[in-house]
Design a protein around this ligand. Structure first.
Ligand SMILES: Nc1ncnc2c1ncn2[C@@H]1O[C@H](COP(=O)(O)OP(=O)(O)OP(=O)(O)O)[C@@H](O)[C@H]1O
Ligand SMILES: [Mg+2]
Ligand SMILES: [Mg+2]
Length: 504
């Protein structure tokens, strides 16, 4: 199918249609070994060095279920308010593709481990939107193919393909939403917020780092349109493996516009998979989608059913961490900041470092100030995330303590942080080595103040005459003379005292 129709504008599309979305998110679990064999899941190894007869599907091999994989699936299910199956099975999803040497993927079909849940997501204006979860099931990842030669580097036109089966058999949890209706023109925002919230949740559970840029979490975006007023779903398209939050948002938006164009022209949408292109935000046709029956699903005969005991499930439920959205709202209130500020903190990945810094003794305002200011800037400039910076929350807390007890002012504190980041050691060591200390010796300060007054007689007269605002110039002179190592507030007090002027 080729669509040559011009796209309909997003606004026009939504004037005539209601979007229906379905999001399938695959999460690679952070288990040490694969789902059905003992091969390592460590990234970056030589291609095909982490394989065995089981994950290569050689005759005679037998799979064994990874218990940590099952436990992670239950945790995810519980955090999504799902029911946990008392008994469930794996199923073979049969299809032929070179990245899957067994010729089937071990998955779950009509007996998923978790089903019927929901995830509440918070939109930018603070409104909460509930996304219903159909199921979360266990499966395994496929190998990785790289198409080389030819002009395009894509499978069509490539001269050959390279296959690496290190990824084949790594545990995946697929989380599938029920059709999401009622999002209206906020469908792209809802999709993005859902994936973002799910990612936070997965990280909070500690079951995966869920780094989308590394393929540890990827989203298939299903979309269809219904004419306004209708309640019958249209045919969906399925945009595969979208791998960033921004792309999820753009893929929904583009598909809304494309569907509207096809339908508006009297055309029909074919059920197919599509590929998203980051460069221009469009999607192009992949393959016409198999119906479930084409996969010839049947229960996996080589694996025993999974029947998690209720005691185990309840133990896992009791140990669940606070949900990220709840925690965020609690922190937002404790810190007295706006939703918008909280969003910036989230986007910067600064929540955990800030919380850890507060736990190490800093006050919330300073902890936020350093992580969102100096440290965020440094991370940005060096292309690192905050948690990759060579400074610990304890060290940041120590710097704030030195500011509070008056040993450092903000300017000196910045230099201390700079020193820690440069590998000069702990804050105290940097203070020592660089000789950074606020001049708090009142005698020395007094001399510097006297000199500043003497050297700027005209300004001093102005201040005496009532122009208190001019004191800034004298404070500046003292700070300069002490190479920034004085407490500016104390300097100002001293100057006014000596000039016999009171502020205000
Ligand atoms: N008409 C529709 N419009 C939009 N979304 C839909 C529609 N029908 C179903 N969906 C959603 O699409 C998703 C379908 O995912 P599901 O895993 O059930 O099937 P699949 O895509 O056929 O299978 P898979 O990709 O795993 O082989 C679900 O999120 C579902 O809610
Ligand atoms: Mg699916
Ligand atoms: Mg699908």
């Amino acid at each position: 199918m080729t669509v040559t129709t011009d796209l309909v504008s997003y606004e026009d599309a939504l004037a005539s249609y209601d979007p229906v979305m379905g999001l399938e998110v695959h999460v690679e679990l952070g288990t040490r070994t694969k789902m059905f064999c003992g091969c390592s899941t460590e990234l970056g190894a030589e291609p095909n060095s982490q394989t065995c007869p089981t994950c290569l599907g050689l005759p005679g091999s037998l799979p064994v279920v990874n218990a940590v994989g099952v436990e992670s699936a239950i945790k995810i299910g519980l955090a999504l308010h799902c029911e946990i199956a008392e008994w469930c099975r794996f199923a073979r999803k049969n299809y032929f593709y070179p990245d899957m040497p067994k010729n089937f993927q071990t998955s779950q079909y009509d007996e998923p481990i978790a089903f019927n849940g929901y995830l509440d997501v918070q939109l930018e204006d603070g409104e909460v939107f509930r996304v219903e979860i159909e199921r979360a099931h266990m499966e395994e990842d496929t190998g990785k193919s790289t198409h080389v030669g030819g002009a395009t580097g894509r499978i069509h036109g490539a001269s050959h393909s390279l296959l690496d089966y290190n990824r084949a058999g790594i545990p995946l949890i697929e989380i599938v939403t029920k059709p999401i209706v009622g999002a209206g023109d906020r469908a792209p925002e809802v999709a993005k917020a859902y994936v973002a919230e799910l990612r936070e949740l997965i990280r909070a559970l500690g079951v995966s780092e869920a780094r989308m840029e590394m393929g540890q979490m990827r989203c298939d975006v299903n979309l269809s349109l219904m004419p306004k007023g209708s309640e019958t779903f249209g045919t969906r398209s399925e945009t595969k493996n979208v791998n960033s939050l921004r792309s999820v948002e753009r893929a929904v938006r583009f598909e809304v516009q494309r569907h509207a164009a096809v339908l508006g022209d009297g055309g029909t949408i074919v059920q197919e998979t599509r590929h998203f292109h980051e460069d221009d935000g469009t999607t192009t046709s992949g393959r016409v989608k198999e119906e479930a029956e084409d996969y010839r699903y049947f229960p996996e005969p080589d694996l025993v059913p999974v029947a998690p005991s209720r005691e185990w499930v309840e133990e896992l439920r009791a140990a669940l961490p606070e949900l990220p959205r709840v925690r965020r709202n609690r922190l937002r209130e404790e810190w007295g900041i706006s939703e918008h500020d909280m969003q910036s903190i989230l986007n910067a990945g600064a929540i955990d470092p800030i919380v850890a810094t507060i736990e190490a003794g800093a006050d919330p305002v300073s902890a936020r100030k350093w992580w969102m200011g100096e440290l965020a800037r440094n991370a940005n400039e060096s292309g690192r995330s905050l948690d990759e910076l060579p400074i610990t929350p304890e060290q940041v807390a120590r710097v704030t303590a030195l500011v509070v007890d008056g040993s450092l002012n903000d300017k000196l504190a910045r230099q201390v942080i700079e020193g820690v980041l440069a590998g000069e050691g702990d804050p105290d060591a940097v203070v020592e080595k660089r000789g950074l200390k606020v001049v708090s010796d009142e005698g020395a300060l007094g001399v510097a103040v006297d000199e500043a007054i003497a050297g700027n007689a005209a300004i001093a007269d102005k201040i005496r005459g009532g122009k208190v605002a001019a004191v800034g110039a004298l404070v500046g002179a003292v700070m300069k003379a002490t190479r920034g190592q004085a407490d500016a507030a104390r300097v100002k007090e001293l100057i006014l005292e000596k000039l016999g002027v009171s502020e205000g």
